[in-house]
Ligand binder design. Sequence first.
Ligand code: AMP
Ligand code: MG
Length: 332
Amino acid sequence: MQPKPAVTARLSPGTPRHLARLARALRRGELVAVPTETVYGLAANALDARACRKIFAAKGRPARDPLIVHIRDLRELALVAQPNAAARLLAKKFWPGPLTLVLPKTSDCNVAELATAGLDTIAIRVPAHRVALDILRAFGGPVVAPSANLSGHVSPTTAAHVQSDLAGRIDLIVDGGPVAVGVESTIVGCFDEAVLLRPGGLPRGDIERVLGRKLVQPPGDADSDSGRPLAPGMLASHYAPRTLVRLDACNVEPGEALLAFGPVAVSGVDAATSVLNLSARGDLDEAAANLFGYLRALDVHGAHTIAVMPVPHHGLGEAINDRLRRAAARRD
Ligand code: AMP
Ligand code: MG
């Protein structure tokens, strides 16, 4: 194995020469962090088992936690997955975009077994980001791209976040500036029913309007027949800063930092309190874009706890509250 570089190289996106270099790196089995509209992804050749293994090692990700496969366009879908009518409808309407579909694999799907954690299903999406799409087209095949952070840590929304988690563990970082959406994709399983496996960057209501029916909740944590989790890797404690997180805060205790939302003030804030407001005007899209960066920023302020004001549950609020709940969950 080649020695790891001490510092990960950073590239600006865009020029054909850079794209050719990135495509070559992926073909060689290297790991390249790329901007997408949701969060920064850690890309590798989805057909290369060794490259996929390196992703799990770089992130410290458990092997049972499957990866999302990114493709260029709808035409590439049929090579790896068998979409039903609902899946085709959602893909046509929302791709490129922050929606991942979990589908049965094709019998000759050549994506590495490790990428799908040995399941007979595959999670797949087309990212809505010019740089990510340019790289996918230059590479010319499917790419796995989990969030470019250490497993269990807060997802990266800037190249600097990737650098701070993965420098020296990966080969290249492409800096495309801050991401637009800020939370990971919504994951929908398309089988006899359409199941919401993870709320994310596409609000549930948008999906339900297109389907003309409600998304089903996964039955508990596990599929009762197989005992396997329906969305493996969706652990209670995930997306977590190192500092403790206290939800639905109406006041700030001494020694706490505050993650605020909206114009309403809370009691207990003084000159010593570190405060960041997800969106002073109460805009949930703005709050999602700020969420992970602000959690990272407050994590290094030396507070013993981050107190978080309530965030409404509609629109992107469902994904924000899901990530906050995981950030606040007990870690063992
Ligand atoms: P991320 O960590 O954002 O890359 O998201 C990956 C997540 O997608 C996993 O942790 C699973 O919850 C989900 N996922 C990926 N592949 C599958 C699959 N075949 N079936 C169900 N969920 C999946
Ligand atoms: Mg992740």
